[in-house]
Design a protein around this ligand. Structure first.
Ligand SMILES: Nc1nc2c(c(=O)[nH]1)N[C@H]1C(S)=C(S)[C@@H](COP(=O)(O)O)O[C@H]1N2
Ligand SMILES: [Mo]
Length: 261
């Protein structure tokens, strides 16, 4: 999708409303002329504002756009695992030995109703199924089917405070001795394809891919898709989280916090 605004023909517009931009009907609905607009300076002023507005509007529309979804026939025969393939801690192994029956996800921080959801409750929530392509920054991709409730359902249940800005995911695995963590902003958190997946390819999520719960945040690169999720924290700032850059890899490498695709 092109982000260029300068390909838009500068038809004479007197005003440009948000609605007109969204509808793409600005040219036809608002055509008109006046002396100011006819002057070069006037046009420059008008169209610089218009471009800024369009750029902003497009950014917001882009962020809400859906990731491509695929058909069953397009699914990868093997969906490889990456990063931690088995947390293998005493605590995780104890949960795994009981098919994760005791697994819970506390939702804490800037919420009106802090709550602890059980895995059973999460599996009973209305779920979305999506076949998407996972893109790892290391250069491989795989298409898989994911199933679980939209993260927005959980966040709406907890109720976000007005200063809430990010969702931080706490994971059960230690990566080189540190618990993996990741974070996303509220645009991604409320994106319709952002789900807490408990099933993959029509089976319960395997340990290698994040059992019993992993984030799917389909407009982002692979490392944002936190596996082994055992807590969600709503915060206003990422500064106090880990090294302050919002994620395990962001704090240790040059990986970008915003890894939008
Ligand atoms: N908890 C946790 N989540 C994680 C990782 C990890 O090591 N630990 N690796 C990330 C990376 S780099 C990728 S590409 C994906 C891999 O998901 P997969 O194992 O299902 O392929 O998980 C991401 N989420
Ligand atoms: Mo990755």
């Amino acid at each position: 999708m092109s982000r260029k605004t300068d390909t838009i023909r500068p038809t004479p517009l007197t005003r440009l409303t948000r609605r007109a931009v969204i509808g793409g009907i600005a040219g036809s609905a608002l055509a008109g002329c006046d002396a100011f607009q006819e002057s070069e300076a006037g046009r420059a002023i008008l169209f610089s504002g218009e471009k800024a507005h369009m750029a902003l509007q497009r950014t917001i529309m882009d962020r809400n756009a859906l990731a491509r979804e695929f058909t069953e026939a397009e699914m990868s025969p093997v969906f490889r695992a990456n990063g931690t393939r088995d947390p293998d801690t005493p605590s995780y192994n104890a949960f795994a030995a009981q098919d994760f029956a005791g697994w819970t996800v506390p939702i804490t921080g800037l919420v009106d109703r802090p709550m602890t959801l059980t895995l059973a409750e999460i599996r009973n929530m209305p779920a979305r199924t999506q076949i998407t392509r996972h893109d790892c920054v290391e250069g491989w991709s795989a298409i898989g089917k994911w199933h679980g409730p939209q993260l927005s359902l959980l966040l709406k249940a907890a109720g976000l405070k007005t200063n809430a800005r990010y969702a931080v995911f706490r994971c059960a695995d230690l990566y080189n001795g540190t618990a993996y963590y990741e974070s996303i902003d509220l645009i991604d958190a409320f994106h319709p394809q952002t789900i807490l997946a408990w099933a993959m390819n029509d089976a319960l999520l395997p340990v290698a891919n994040g059992a019993p719960l992993r984030l799917r945040v389909e407009r982002q690169l692979g490392y944002k898709h936190a596996k082994y999720v055992q807590g969600i924290e709503i915060v206003e700032s990422l500064a106090p989280i880990g090294g302050g850059k919002g994620g395990y890899w962001e704090d240790r490498t040059g990986y970008e916090w915003y890894a939008g695709i």
